[in-house]
Design a binder for this molecule. Structure first.
Ligand SMILES: NC(=O)c1ccc[n+]([C@@H]2O[C@H](COP(=O)([O-])OP(=O)(O)OC[C@H]3O[C@@H](n4cnc5c(N)ncnc54)[C@H](OP(=O)(O)O)[C@@H]3O)[C@@H](O)[C@H]2O)c1
Length: 320
């Protein structure tokens, strides 16, 4: 199989259009796994990479296969790997320095980035899960919040936010979730106690009116650096804020008697396994709000960038 042609979605440079091309099926090295992908999950990071989010920090190997998240069946393995051909797996595949990603019929990744799919969990859901699930898990855990405390999830209507609402609510946390009116009922179903309609006025103003004494913690998924002040000001003294977008200025936060951090999701196999198990047991839902074939990856990325995500986007992959 290795070396024969496969279809993959690549960019040949920064700020170029993703294109479906033929590349040779890659070969797994020691500690690596070649997976025949059935589905790839789309994340905002995928189009941010094209725009140069990692430019200057790591070498980019072009043509760069796009995509981090994927699910499929093990095709072959390198030395020292405990997976065997035929295993159903999911996890992260992006390796910018080697030009590797999940928007392809076959992809190689480190065995340490994969977990087995439990039972009969479907590939689409498994592909939707890794980055958003791990981020939600790590961010909620990163606040250190506990039962009875109040957590604002700013950006609750998107892929990470929906998972974070469920994980926090399952711990007995009182969740305030931002969304538009259309998705409010769904977020309540997922466990949100309060809804803030961010399309009706500034979130900070609405939360302050409802909680004049302040709230305990914030997971912020939308605010960019330099703009966090009004949201952070909602916290009680010693409250904690975590940002997915590098918006926390540690000095400023400390000077205000608050705690804060910029967090980066770590999709460890143990985290992936526990999230998949929660999905299998009906304790965690990943809503797929847009599905398209691999051939339409460029449109799916443009759609993600345009906003209005109310769940996850998944690319379905059928070997030619
Ligand atoms: N640090 C990490 O490791 C890590 C991991 C995963 C994700 N992220 C980042 O975290 C962010 C969220 O990721 P995601 O996958 O959840 O993205 P997503 O699925 O695109 O969801 C983003 C959601 O935020 C909503 N939103 C936009 N502006 C808002 C505002 N002012 N107030 C409230 N909600 C607003 C969007 O709705 P509208 O479009 O209708 O405005 C959308 O529902 C992205 O920037 C992503 O790159 C970081």
């Amino acid at each position: 199989m290795e070396g024969t042609p496969m279809r993959a979605v690549v960019v040949t440079d920064f700020d170029t259009e993703p294109r479906l091309v033929e590349l040779p099926v890659p070969e797994p090295g020691p500690g690596e796994v070649l997976v025949r992908l059935a589905a790839a999950g789309v994340n905002p990071f995928d189009w941010k990479v094209i725009e140069g989010a990692m430019r200057g920090s790591v070498h980019h190997a072009f043509p760069l296969v796009l995509g981090s998240d994927g699910a499929g069946t093990v095709e072959s393995v390198g030395e020292g790997v405990s997976f065997t051909p035929g295993d159903r797996v999911f996890g992260q595949f992006m390796d910018i320095e080697q030009g590797r990603g999940s928007y392809a019929e076959y992809a190689v990744t480190k065995a340490a980035k994969l977990a087995r799919l439990p039972g009969d969990l479907d590939f689409d859901t498994a592909a939707a899960l890794p980055t958003a699930g791990a981020a939600a898990h790590d961010f909620v855990e990163g606040t250190g919040i506990g039962p009875g405390q109040t957590l604002l999830i700013n950006g609750a209507s998107g892929g990470v936010g929906q998972a974070a609402v469920q994980l926090a609510a399952a711990q007995g946390v009182r969740v305030i979730a931002t969304t538009d009116p259309d998705t409010a009922v769904y977020l309540r179903e997922l466990g949100a106690s309060e809804i803030v309609d961010f399309t009706a006025g500034p979130t900070a103003d609405q939360v302050r009116v409802a909680h004049p004494g302040g709230i305990d913690a914030i997971v912020d998924l939308v605010t960019s650096p330099g703009r966090l002040e009004p949201i952070a000001a909602l916290l009680k003294p010693n409250g904690v804020i975590v940002s997915s977008n590098g918006a926390v200025d540690a000095e400023l936060v400390a000077a205000r008697g608050l705690r804060g951090a910029n967090l980066y999701a770590n999709a460890r196999p143990a985290t992936l396994a526990s999230l998949a198990e929660a999905v299998e047991h009906g304790q965690l839902r990943f809503r797929i709000d847009f599905k398209a074939p691999l051939e339409e990856a460029a449109d799916a990325l443009a759609r993600s960038k345009a906003g209005k995500a109310r769940g996850k986007t998944v690319l379905t992959i059928e070997a030619a």
